[in-house]
Ligand binder design. Structure first.
Ligand SMILES: [Mg+2]
Length: 362
């Protein structure tokens, strides 16, 4: 079935919290591109390419690559996903965010044409309920504790605390949140590279009494040796996120035991196929993995949830419900209840554009 048309449409969505920020940048909007691949029979597969400036992929760069890829793939057989993606890898180095959008849209198209959910292309749903955590952006300890309380009242059981590299302030935030939510809520931290090796070890050790279950990307992404020093020095599992920016880099992290765990993201790694491969590399090498923050509209989280369903050994809550923080999500169809994603048998990724959205609908 030939690809008749590829459409690239903007996805710029406001967050409820206009002051949302993490250690690297303010982030009041979710920005990316929707890639709609339309087959000759009119079936549409949807993908999403996240703008991720902190991975070298600002909004404009993702669009430029998607436009280039779109021209290359029109007229090709939409079922030949491996061949198409290999061609794109030879055409452009990196730019995984744009490649992920194409990869996801091709899988979505194939699954919709077959009338099956995408997870069946990866072995089927080994799990259908996926715990999802919500992220607490950087604010004062009091405001972060209040936000944590609000999310817990909505049924969320896993929270990720964004910290920013100031040991005293970060520990105060963690303490305030633990005090507010009590002992039964699962807490993690994400420093987004903001510590030095020594300050990371100091901070994480000070956070141990507050039962933090995971410490994400404490030191700069390029410092794999420093990340390994932190991993080896603390008892809390340390996760590589920004450092694990490609399949090749994940292979190095696993081989050298740089971290205890890896955060997998479709846009970061380049789509469903490569992320599945990354999970298998982690599994074979004895390193834990889960789906990291798929911050964006439901279309992005839907694809990641489909792959998560086919990965029975994900060790910890994934990050698949940040769409809850958007003012108006143009997609519908995901089932989220009390912090748990329920994967359904709906064809493709399981979501579709709402009526009246700018994206093409069959
Ligand atoms: Mg992170």
């Amino acid at each position: 079935m030939k690809i008749a048309e590829v459409r690239i449409d903007a996805s710029i969505l406001e967050k409820h919290d206009p002051e949302w920020k993490f250690a690297l940048a303010a982030s009041p909007q979710s920005q990316g591109w929707v890639c709609s691949i339309i087959a000759e029979d009119g079936t549409i597969g949807y993908g999403y390419g996240s703008a991720m400036a902190h991975y070298g992929a600002p909004l404009e760069a993702v669009k430029a690559n998607l436009d280039r890829f779109a021209k290359r793939i029109v007229g090709k057989d939409s079922r030949k996903i491996a061949g198409i993606m290999d061609e794109l890898d030879h055409d452009v180095v990196g730019n995984n965010q744009a490649k992920s959008a194409i990869d996801c849209a091709l899988h979505d198209l194939l699954a919709r044409r077959l009338g099956i959910p995408i997870c069946e292309l990866f072995g089927g749903a080994a799990v259908t309920e996926i715990s999802s955590l919500r992220i607490l952006p950087i604010k004062s300890p009091e405001k972060m504790a209040a936000n944590a309380r609000k999310l817990v009242n909505e049924g969320v059981k896993h929270l990720k605390i964004k910290v920013h590299g100031n040991v005293k302030e970060d520990v105060a935030c963690v303490a305030a949140i633990r005090e507010e939510v009590g002992p039964d809520i699962h807490l993690t931290i994400d420093a987004n590279q903001s510590y030095t090796v020594k300050s990371a070890i100091t901070a994480i050790r000070l956070m141990e009494p507050f039962n933090i279950e995971l410490a994400e990307q404490p030191v700069p992404a390029g410092d794999l040796y420093g990340l390994k020093m932190v991993t080896d020095a603390v008892s809390i599992p340390v996760e590589a996120d920004e450092a694990a920016y490609s399949l090749e880099q994940i292979t190095t992290i696993v081989r050298e035991r740089v971290a205890d765990a890896v955060s997998l993201k479709l846009s970061k790694i380049g789509g469903l196929r490569k992320t599945y491969a990354a999970a298998m590399i982690c599994e074979a090498g004895g390193v834990k993995y889960r789906m990291g923050a798929h911050s964006g509209p439901k279309i992005l989280a839907a694809h990641a949830s489909q792959l998560a369903a086919a990965l029975p050994n994900i060790w910890y809550a994934s990050e698949l419900s940040e769409f809850e923080g958007l003012v108006a999500d143009p997609w519908e169809g995901m089932v989220l209840k009390d912090g748990v994603i329920h994967v359904t048998d709906s064809p493709g990724c399981g979501v579709k554009p709402k009526a009246g959205s700018i994206y093409p609908r069959k």
